[in-house]
Ligand binder design. Structure first.
Ligand SMILES: Cc1ncc(COP(=O)(O)O)c(C=O)c1O
Length: 217
């Protein structure tokens, strides 16, 4: 039997994620799994063909750290077409392996020990551990059903000289509500004269059924 000491966890209260728990339950009961993004259709044929073509041509080496240039350029172009703002593909676009890596990278880059971070609950469960690992203090604002709208008075009360970052998610998982352009204006009005960053998690930008469409930060 090994007697090696087990190093103490840096996140002792984390537990098993709700995604793992619910997906295991769905499998156990043969239920439709609505808890995690398991589409019941395959990816586009064209995309699969292109992927296998590039692999067969030897595109199996490290990409540049920020991502392959044509991909960054395509992302910048897509952003310009959708939102009317063209980011610089070299200095303002970074490709990551999924959103969770991007969230972790952004939070670790911005949040310093003792910084306060505001998020809106219920929230995607990778925000809190990333803030904790960065030494930040998470201030949670509970959104109330059925509308899950931000109470801007409460938001203003949560701001402090230590507020460094606000994390928002629209369209939101799990409430399925979306921020409007007015919400974005309210956020801007609340923080405009302060040095606060916004981390806007918009992974569901193309799955938005809100009347006004998706309002991007
Ligand atoms: C709001 C939100 N952000 C980010 C993610 C993670 O995205 P990815 O699978 O690309 O890491 C999810 C996945 O459930 C999510 O719901």
């Amino acid at each position: 039997m090994s007697t090696a000491p087990v190093p103490a966890s840096k996140l002792p209260d984390l537990g098993t994620t709700i995604f793992t728990q619910m997906s295991a339950l769905a499998q156990q009961h043969q239920a439709i799994n609505l808890s995690q993004g398991f589409p019941d259709f395959d990816g586009p044929e064209y995309l699969k063909q292109r992927l296998s073509w590039h692999v067969s041509q030897g595109a199996n080496q490290y990409a540049p750290m920020t991502g392959a240039a044509p991909l960054r350029e395509a992302i910048a172009e897509k952003t310009a077409q959708l939102y009317g703002w063209q980011p610089d593909a070299n200095s303002e676009v970074t490709v990551t392996a999924g959103a969770t890596e991007a969230l972790f990278a952004a939070i670790s880059a911005l949040v310093r020990s003792g910084d306060e971070v505001i998020c809106f609950d219920p929230s995607y469960d990778s925000y809190a551990p990333a803030v904790q690992l960065s030494g930040g203090v998470l201030k949670r604002i509970a959104l109330q059903p059925p509308a899950f709208k931000v109470d801007w008075q409460r938001f203003a009360e949560q701001l402090s000289p230590r507020t460094r970052l606000v994390i928002l998610n629209t369209p939101q998982n799990p409430s399925a509500t979306a921020w409007s352009a007015e919400d974005m204006q309210q956020l801007w009005a609340a923080i405009a004269d302060r040095e606060i960053y916004i981390l806007s998690d918009e992974v569901y930008e193309h799955i938005c059924f809100a009347k006004g469409g998706h309002a991007s930060v």
